[in-house]
Design a protein around this ligand. Sequence first.
Ligand SMILES: CC(C)(COP(=O)(O)OP(=O)(O)OC[C@H]1O[C@@H](n2cnc3c(N)ncnc32)[C@H](O)[C@@H]1OP(=O)(O)O)[C@@H](O)C(=O)NCCC(=O)NCCS
Length: 338
Amino acid sequence: MTVKIEVEPFEPDQAAAEDLTALYELSMAAVRLDRPDLVVPGYDDWVAGLRQPAAGFGPRGSWVARCDGELVAKAVVYFLPGENEHLALTEITVAPQRRRAGVGTAVLRALLPELEARGRKVVEGWELSKGGVGEQWALAVGLRISKSTISQTLAVRDTDPTLWDVPAPEGFRVAEWAGSAPDELVTSYAHALFAMHDAPAGDSEYRIGEWTAERIRDAEARHREQNVVQRVVVAVSEATGEVAALTQLDLYTAYPEWAVQQDTAVIPAYRGKGLGRWVKAHMLRALLAERPSTEKIYTNVNADNEHMIRVNEQIGFTTSRSTVGVSAEIAELRRLLG
Ligand SMILES: CC(C)(COP(=O)(O)OP(=O)(O)OC[C@H]1O[C@@H](n2cnc3c(N)ncnc32)[C@H](O)[C@@H]1OP(=O)(O)O)[C@@H](O)C(=O)NCCC(=O)NCCS
């Protein structure tokens, strides 16, 4: 089925008020249908969120699709940086009343040349509900499932805070910062981030970063530009002075009640000592002391990462959703979609 739509770029900072209102209505109708577990934000909070892109994912592009002037779909693409410059992380949302009429497929078809023009080779979509409409659509248009993941949430008020009273494993001290790693730890911190290469990743084309101190400084600068504070807690070996474990949490001004758990890693020589649980528990205590408005902490973990899932459960996370990642070569999709 080929539906006639016009796809055009959308700039959240410059959009006309009527377009923003239409996009809000479309987005909230989709949330109510697709994610009834989520709280629907008010208009002002939603606009603030729209204007604060996810940090660490590279430049963001936004598009809307119209059919006879009516806004019928939106698309958001992150042009991932560094090792992932081949990837376009894409999310397409069609207004509920316009579904099953070829709109989602037409939006994807229209985007593909734009993604290729920006040097991208592969489209991926992440965190689609397992078995949901997004997954079914993706498989129908020619993407494949490339990873199985789970979303976990920690509801602060429902969690017993004694779960975070985790004693320090012997021989380690904690160090922590917000926004900028101390000079004496930044190289060791970059080295410890290589432990993320051991995390199960399925068949996703996403490549884990080859971190250096310089790249850490670049990433910190990107977070600052986007007004996102990244808090980091590390375990430092008293014997060697090196970073043995780390955990990162992102705080967005647009979401004062939320925090987003990012990477947690323990370098191989130090695994099995409870360091992952310790740094994460310390992070929670420090965060809530400093930002008591935090109500929920969100994370997404590969479904095969049993150690990380167990650590998360030990400190109060519960699994809220099973999710998948989908992937396809752009050239192949162009061939399939014409
Ligand atoms: C996924 C989504 C974008 C699909 O948009 P759409 O315009 O309804 O999709 P299309 O009409 O182009 O569907 C093309 C084919 O996908 C499959 N498909 C789409 N929705 C489906 C569903 N609910 N159940 C089963 N198959 C489905 C069908 O094979 C369909 O062809 P058909 O209608 O001729 O049977 C839309 O449901 C949506 O916005 N979902 C919420 C956001 C989301 O999950 N996005 C994921 C993409 S990144």
